[in-house]
Write a protein that binds this ligand. Sequence first.
Ligand code: PRX
Length: 633
Amino acid sequence: MLRINTLGGYFHEYQKSVSNPEDFWSDIAQTFYWRKKWDTTLEWNFEEPKVEWFKGGKLNITENIFERRMFTHADRPAIIWESNSPDEPSITLTYKQLHEKVCQFANVLLKNGVQKGDRVAIYLPMLPEATIAMLACARVGAVHSVVFAGFSANSLSDRIIDAECKLVLTSDGSYRGGKNIGIKTIVDEALERCPTVEKVIVLKRTGEAINMTPGRDVWWHDETEGVSTENKAQEMDSEDMLFILYTSGSTGKPKGVVHTTGGYMVYTQYTFENVFQIDAGDIYWCSADIGWITGHSYIVYGPLLSGSTVVMFEGIPTYPHVGRFWEIIEKHKVTHFYTAPTAIRSLQASGLDPVTPFNLSSLKVLGTVGEPINVEAWQWYHTHIGKGKCPIVDTWWQTETGGMMISPIAGITPTKPAYATLPLPGIQPILVDSEGKELKGNGVEGNLCIKFPWPSMLRTTYGDHERCRQTYFSTYKGLYFTGDGVKRDEDGYYRILGRVDDVINVSGHRLGTAEVENAINEHPLVNESAVVGYPHDIKGQGIYAYVVLEKDGQSHDKDAMKSSIISTVNKIIGPIAKPDKILIVSGLPKTRSGKIMRRILRKIAEGDGSNLGDITTLLNPEVVEEIKVGAGL
Ligand code: PRX
């Protein structure tokens, strides 16, 4: 794999990737194992859109993880799993052992009728079996759709229905800190409205009593019993679907972002090795959940393609104590640690006492992802976790981009706190104003777009290509629009400013305001609602919901109403979408055409009741004063 070693090397590679992208990616792709080489490196247009990388190439991504390196890597640890409970021993799987388990489970999938192209839903806790499940799907050519195991039954069924999944992989329960979540019960509820699901394979984790529906539900351990650990991988086309991952947008229900095989493989390994500057013997830990893109690209595919050792953690940062992250770093001698700014801020809030008992001297590189990091959190991470010697890679990317896009290369790109710094090779960012006019040069702020395809970009949104075109390729002609605002400073460095659409980022989790509003509106006593984000010290953004009750609801106790609304959101989406603040109001400020004036609601949520602009043209200007008073302004 082509490895950047110096800043000059970075600029050189970047230049090459822009002036001749096809040769650039072709050279990198050649280091992988293809059963048949591709015919064309790239075909694309951003109008339809159509993007095809390494077309005609035949491969299986798991052969590139396992068979490609088995002679040299067989005994190298692939996964070091750390339990939710520090008292339960950790588990290490070498590449050889992981390979056998993946092959065995691939055979289980085949035995259960899974064929190439079938969709399989994975709703599992952070266990090695989650990785095994994903790779077994890839092995047989099935498309995995991993659903974060914190989502509600309703969210899970929406995703299963949209992708028409045939099979669900889950566990009896899931340990999360002091809690035991009965996730099989959630699956049972979800499947009440999922006619396409034929089988559920259940992993025993907590051992609690669960319902097993005869003819549909089978145990993982029964299914694997006596099954061969050898499996011949399915041959895939470079552009065959590898997975679907649902993510929220400004409108409608979450959409299934589709990633394909060849380009995703090439890009995730390339970016993983270069950004983190991983060497043999390093121990890499990404604390994300496998249910998000970070888990897909940088717990599973990128690191395992590069033959690295990955720590996988089942639990949460604060259980059984707030120093758990640091304890794990000491225990496994982690060299590379990748986490979200939210986690850093919440651990920072506990002070240094939970950090100092642990020896963090193994650390070489620190990373952040998922949301803008504030300067204080960056400094704290750098000084107290990295002890001033570990470069921080602030990596900007998205579910849709498949891999990191703008990021320092560890120890090579000079960093600036809160800046994602420079685009990676192959990434051509462009800033535009609201009319789509390019903002050239440095010292500018605008909407972040990308003007040329990169290998791991989304290909479509599952079952609805027009939605993909509309969402990403229609706002600015000929460009992929990210939805983020960005500043390019005098040095040409990029700082992500946050979303410019109706998407909010709560603790690094992406939510559409419309999605949360729809959930709130499901409450029988709610008439309508408006949701906006507001700055939150720990979560980055919090959820502020303005709610108008039905007549019948108005006599109810306000606190009881608020908790009942929160339970509705938990049920419809999951606890991650729970509003931080609910303000019950008599009406929402609307224009004469009935449009909610979110700008006003955003300002009030930010704690600023002044300069709300001209409100005299509103249909109901009087509610603004009432809302301000209600918000304590
Ligand atoms: O707003 C950006 C923010 O997270 C969004 C993408 O969310 P998601 O698809 O869930 O993927 C998160 C993990 C890759 C982006 O549109 N974001 C992501 N990374 C950063 C970031 N904002 C600022 N700095 C980052 N490093």
